[in-house]
Design a protein around this ligand. Structure first.
Ligand SMILES: Cc1ncc(COP(=O)(O)O)c(C=O)c1O
Length: 361
């Protein structure tokens, strides 16, 4: 089998050893004679799996006891609604940062339940995108929470600092960046991430929420959209996405074996640095993002001769480098480099890009 490096934005490349472990355990988990897929979510073996998964996540991210960890279905998109439904309480307003397409979707959803105050937004100057400064914004006690997207997966922009929001809980969508850096959890009210980038495969969404942030909900709020129900039932109110939850546990064990989130951070920085250096030192390629705001997970780029895009993608594919097409809304190219992408994959991509530029200059 050819070594394929998959740069797609999610579902995305996973560590081969984790896939192999899942394969070995697929039909017979630890001598039970059964696949995890076949186990009841209330079975003692599955209970052991979910408890271990939560324990490892708490350990890796140093999550304190007064934070709940939930394993939900519905993807990150459901969180766009669940956050306002459960955090507004008596308040009517929430503060949002409009940094790209994912925050925009979150704001549109929140606007069904709250007055959305857009405190800052992304800017474009001379064709280069800049994130806004999110410190010293007019956040007030009228805001139920302050929401931002840590890493905008489509545009490839990432906040590299945490805003000061006083007593107003900070909420962060970390779908494409969780586990790629250590977090000071106590600075957040709520963090969420769906799994299909850094946490495994699609199906499960992790929510980490401080206990006092969960407020009483409106009478009409559907049961499945209430955090309290999931807290009271250890995320097993209904049948949870059991296999995705198990696979997440394997990913977490792997991260731990690699040395934890600080090591992941070094690797993510190292991998993307290689690519950004190429983009900055070669007239053939451009990055549309201001250096200070560049993502360590998603690297969009364009070719000086856009007419060559088709040839670039085709030849990359032949070289085993796939998933490089930019998001349909922005065009160009994008290399998504999550935890499961080995350094060798990025090295190969950079070499391919150097050769392609040389041949086509
Ligand atoms: C930052 C971000 N938020 C939210 C989503 C939506 O996630 P889901 O498809 O799990 O609903 C994505 C998906 O790519 C994302 O990148």
């Amino acid at each position: 089998m050819q070594n394929i490096y998959n740069f797609s934005a999610g579902p995305a490349m996973l560590p081969k050893v984790v896939l192999q472990q899942a394969q070995e355990e697929l039909c017979d988990w630890h001598g039970t004679g059964m696949s995890v897929m076949e186990m009841s979510h209330r079975d003692k073996d599955f209970t052991a799996i979910r408890e271990k998964t939560e324990h490892t996540l708490r350990e890796l991210l140093a999550i304190p006891k007064h934070y709940h960890v939930l394993f939900l279905s519905g993807g990150a998109t459901s969180q766009f609604a669940m956050v306002p439904m459960n955090l507004l309480g008596n308040k009517k307003k929430a503060a949002y940062i409009h940094s790209g397409q994912w925050s925009k979707k979150a704001m549109e959803e929140a606007a069904r339940y709250a007055a959305v105050d857009v405190l800052a937004q992304v800017e474009q100057r001379n064709g280069i995108h800049h994130l806004p400064n999110i410190n010293d914004l007019p956040v007030t006690d009228e805001h139920a929470y302050f929401y931002y997207t840590d890493n905008e997966t489509i545009s490839g922009m990432q906040f590299h600092y945490l805003p000061q929001t006083g007593n107003v809980p900070l909420v962060s969508d970390m779908t494409s960046s969780i586990l790629s850096k250590p977090l000071d959890i106590e600075r957040y009210g709520l963090i969420y991430a769906s799994a299909q980038k850094n946490l495994g495969h699609a199906g499960v969404t992790v929510v980490i929420v401080r206990d006092d942030c969960v407020k009483p909900v409106q009478e009409y709020t559907p049961t499945m959209f209430r955090y309290q129900i999931h807290i009271d039932n250890q995320s097993c109110y209904n049948t949870p996405p059991t296999y995705a939850w198990y696979f997440l546990g394997l990913m977490l064990d792997w991260v731990k074996q690699q040395g934890g989130v600080s090591v992941m951070q070094q690797q993510c920085q190292q991998k993307t640095k290689r690519l950004y250096e190429l983009l900055d030192n070669h007239d053939f390629y451009q990055s549309p993002i201001a250096p200070a705001d560049r993502s360590h997970l998603n690297v969009p780029f364009t070719l000086a001769k856009p007419v060559l895009e088709g040839a670039f993608l085709e030849q990359a594919k032949q070289a085993g480098l796939v998933g490089l097409t930019g998001h349909r809304s922005v065009g160009g190219m994008r290399a998504s480099i999550y935890l499961g992408m080995p350094e060798a994959g990025v090295k190969k991509l950079v070499e391919f890009m150097q050769n392609f530029a040389e041949k086509n200059k």
